[in-house]
Design a protein around this ligand. Structure first.
Ligand code: SPV
Ligand code: MG
Length: 311
């Protein structure tokens, strides 16, 4: 099913290949959907080329690539700028990790509006205070007051009423060690506040607490998960549990980091780039991903022959 495309996607600098599923249709469909992490234009283009139908603009990955820690060290405007590069380089919907909203209701609604303007199809807000710290770091994960967090969600909904912009409420109760009852109570409150879906996060090595949550939740709203720590669970089990979307949250960034480390180690030791040439992306592959052929075609069409160096 093809939903209406956000205007920004239609205006994308690089011509699109045709209509895409909207983020809302991916999340509400009965099929399990997958969102692939991206952190810049190139990783977005690669994920689209691989066949992913949605992107996760990961706070951890974007921060890491900017040399920041995932602790709100990157500013909201830096995140928005990266999302814009992703939206220009790929024309599949982008779900943005909005952390805890960069402050109170006012900051949350501002970043949501800016993300929408710059090409995002949705934002995920987590029920923590500002500044947050990545959910896998340490044990101190104080949760936001439920009513105050509901205010953030309502403010985003009021500020961006666009039905093509999806608001996901991320429940961190399991991460903070408060258990399933607290997680369910929070998820119900966020549904009342207008969230379109719930992201339930866990850092256990298996998916048991996720499946227990989905049993209690009874599909009141679509459920999104991030199986970074319980990575051995097969996707088939998520289908059985009625989960709507799986986010592969940081794997392009971690793959790039490992590849860069290896190539740097090789080059410094070998004092040569000859040995790694066959192991890295060719320049033609990059030119293809970023559609250089479109630029050549555009030059033919728009650039006077003389200005093009042709006499
Ligand atoms: C991210 O990708 O930044 C996330 C997911 O928020 S996690 O790192 O699992 O918290
Ligand atoms: Mg994050």
């Amino acid at each position: 099913m093809h939903g209406a495309l956000p205007k920004r996607l239609i205006d994308s600098a690089i011509p699109t290949d045709g209509p895409r599923d909207s983020l809302r249709s991916l999340i509400t469909s009965s099929d399990l959907a997958f969102a692939m992490e991206a952190h810049d234009g190139l990783s977005a283009a690669i994920a689209q080329r691989a066949g992913f139908k949605a992107l996760w603009a990961s706070g951890l990955s974007i921060s890491s690539c900017l040399g920041f820690r995932d602790a709100n060290e990157a500013s909201w405007s830096e995140i928005v700028d990266v999302v814009e590069r992703m939206a220009d380089a790929a024309d599949i919907p982008i779900l943005v990790d909005g952390d805890s909203g960069f402050g109170n209701f006012n900051n949350a609604r501002l970043i949501a509006r800016k993300l929408r303007q710059r090409g995002a199809s949705g934002v995920c807000l987590e029920d923590k205070a500002f500044p947050k710290i990545n959910s896998f770091v340490g044990d101190r994960h104080p949760l936001a007051d439920i009513d105050e967090f509901c205010g953030r969600l309502k403010a985003v909904k009021d500020q961006v009423p666009d039905p093509d912009f999806v608001l996901i409420a991320r429940v961190e109760a399991l991460i903070a060690g408060h258990g399933e009852d607290e997680a369910l109570a929070r998820a119900h409150a966020y549904a009342e506040a207008g969230a379109d879906a719930i992201l339930i996060h866990s850092r256990k090595p298996d998916a048991e607490e996720i499946f227990s949550f989905t049993l209690g939740w009874q599909s009141r709203l679509p459920v999104v998960i991030v199986p970074t720590k319980y990575y051995r669970t097969p996707a088939a089990e998520y289908r059985v549990a009625g989960i709507s979307m799986v986010v592969w949250a940081n794997h392009s960034m971690r793959a790039a980091s490992a590849a860069m480390r290896k190539v740097c180690d090789r080059i410094i030791h070998e004092e040569s780039i000859a040995g790694i040439e066959s192991e890295i992306a060719t320049l033609d592959e990059l030119f293809d991903l970023l559609k250089y052929q479109e630029l050549s075609a555009a030059e033919e069409r728009y650039l006077p022959q003389a200005a093009n160096g042709v006499r």
